[in-house]
Structure formats: structure tokens, C-alpha cells
Design a protein around this ligand. Structure first.
Ligand code: OAD
Length: 247
């Protein structure tokens, strides 16, 4: 490490002094809870499955049963999975410092919420929510959808799909807008456990830097966003995030 590389203590001092902090998380924050990431060369979901066959609207329309089953399995695997020390540290910080931190996540696993974080900006939706594939008509009532794989409206045949954002789809406008405002307003942005490869989420770090924030990457591996960072803390989120936010 070179002499002028900011240390964990330096980053902690930045955080301590910051009135506004934004945190952008990705799959790595849940890795220590046992949830696979997407791009790990061995265990990543996209190393084992083809996203264009499972995570696009076209894939769902082509083979709704297969896509529904894949998401149902991901939901089942998350049953009983617990938030780890990284999720808990973020939730506890938010409770100790109301209004100071905005938590933005690309994760759909609900673990931030499970740890007690409120107002999480979920850029990629929620794995445990359902919505209609096509614009719902009067007959489409999600709670009364007929049981099926996927469930469907027995009047018009509309299909229920998971409430996640698929490749090629726009992000939920309100969440993205709030995330961009938080990125522009923060003094420090922590980028935790994301490869930074997916846009527009990864672009939030650039936006924060352009607006004058210090950007800190927390990740055991190099990422696309290292070039944007003022500090890179190489290590696992469940150890480093509690150390950074313990005040
Ligand atoms: P990736 O799988 O692309 O990246 C996960 C990152 O977590 C990598 O940089 C790892 O080095 C890092 N990592 C692994 N273990 C870690 C740990 N213990 N602590 C901290 N970091 C760790 O996942 P994302 O960046 O979240 O989108 O992927 C972004 C989006 O691509 C996802 O939201 C998903 C995917 O396609 C949609 O499904 C729309």
C-alpha cells in the first residue's frame, strides 16, 4: 500500500465528518450470508446460468414456466438466510443517525430490510414481490391470481411475474431519482460489494464523485469502480462495514 492510500481510519474520519452519506450495495454485501453473487467465476449465478434465458422479458414470454421456476428456487433458497454483520451495521447506523445515510441497493434479497433498514432504495426491485406481466385490466387482482407456474388471471390470461428488474427494463423511476439525488448530495459514498458493471447503478459512484463526494470502494476484489474511488478498502463487507460505521 502506498503511503498516501487512505486507510480505514482515514475513511472512518471522512464518514464521521460527513453530514450526508450514500451507500451503494451489490451482491457482495450478502455473500457472507451465503447468497451467491452474479459474476463470481465459480459460484456466480451468471457463471452457471445464461441471463438472456432467465432475466429478460423475452425469456419469460418464451418460457414462463422455466423462468418462474428459477425465481421460485431463488426465493426458496433465501428462506432462512440471515442478514450478516454488514447489513446489521448499516441498519444500526441509520437508527443512530436518522436522516444522515441513504442506502441504495441493487440487491433483491430483502436482507437490508431484514436487518431493519428503512427506506432502502431498491434499484432492481424485490424478489419477493409479484406483479403483472402486462398492464393489468380490471379483472387482474394479484391476490386472487389462479395458482399456476406462474400464477395467472383466469379472466384474461395475464401472467404474474417476479417484481425484479430484468435486463433491458427501466429501473423504478422513484428509486433511481432518489438515488441520483442522494449521490449528488452526499459527501461520502460507500460502494460495497458490487462489481459496478451494471448501469445505471454503477454510474451513481461517478455521479457522486463529479458532485464532489469522496468515493470509497469496499470489496475484496478489484472492480470497475476502483478508478472512481478516492479509497479502496480491500476486504469483506461483514468485517469492514461494521468497522467503518461503528460510531
Ligand atoms: P456482481 O456479482 O457483479 O459483483 C459482486 C461483487 O461482490 C464482486 O465485485 C465481488 O468481488 C464482491 N464480493 C464478493 N464477496 C464479497 C464480500 N464478502 N464483501 C464485499 N464484496 C464482496 O454483483 P452486483 O455488482 O450486485 O441485476 O451485480 C449487479 C447486478 O447485476 C445485479 O443487481 C443483478 C445482476 O445482473 C439484475 O438482476 C437486474
Amino acid at each position: 500500500m502506498s503511503a498516501d492510500t487512505p486507510t480505514l481510519d482515514t475513511v472512518r474520519a471522512w464518514l464521521w465528518a460527513a453530514r450526508r452519506i450514500a451507500v451503494l450495495t451489490g451482491a457482495g454485501v450478502s455473500a457472507e450470508s451465503g447468497v451467491p453473487t452474479f459474476r463470481d467465476a465459480q459460484t456466480g449465478l451468471w457463471a452457471r446460468f445464461r441471463p438472456e434465458e432467465l432475466a429478460t422479458e423475452a425469456a419469460f414470454r418464451r418460457d414462463p414456466g422455466r423462468v418462474w421456476a428459477w425465481y421460485a428456487e431463488r426465493r426458496a433458497r433465501l428462506q432462512g438466510v440471515q442478514p450478516n454483520a454488514g447489513h446489521h451495521a448499516l441498519a444500526a447506523f441509520e437508527q443512530r443517525h436518522p436522516g444522515r445515510m441513504t442506502l441504495i441497493t441493487q440487491n433483491v434479497d430483502g436482507l437490508h430490510q431484514g436487518a431493519g433498514s428503512r427506506g432502502v432504495l431498491c434499484l432492481h426491485g424485490d424478489l419477493f414481490e409479484n406483479r403483472w406481466l402486462d398492464v393489468p385490466r380490471d379483472c387482474c387482482r394479484i391476490d386472487d391470481a389462479c395458482v399456476g407456474h406462474p400464477p395467472y388471471c383466469d379472466r384474461c390470461g395475464n401472467l404474474v411475474r417476479p417484481g425484479v428488474v430484468w435486463f433491458g427494463e427501466p429501473l423504478p423511476y422513484a428509486a433511481l431519482d432518489a438515488a441520483q439525488r442522494a449521490a449528488r448530495a452526499c459527501e461520502v459514498m460507500l460502494v460495497v460489494g458490487t462489481s459496478g458493471q451494471v448501469q445505471p447503478a454503477g454510474g451513481l459512484a461517478r455521479l457522486a464523485r463529479q458532485a464532489g463526494a469522496r468515493v470509497v470502494v469496499v470489496n475484496p476484489e478489484p472492480t470497475e469502480l476502483d478508478a472512481v474511488a478516492h479509497a479502496i478498502l480491500a476486504g469483506p463487507a461483514a468485517r469492514l462495514v461494521p468497522e467503518l460505521l461503528d460510531f
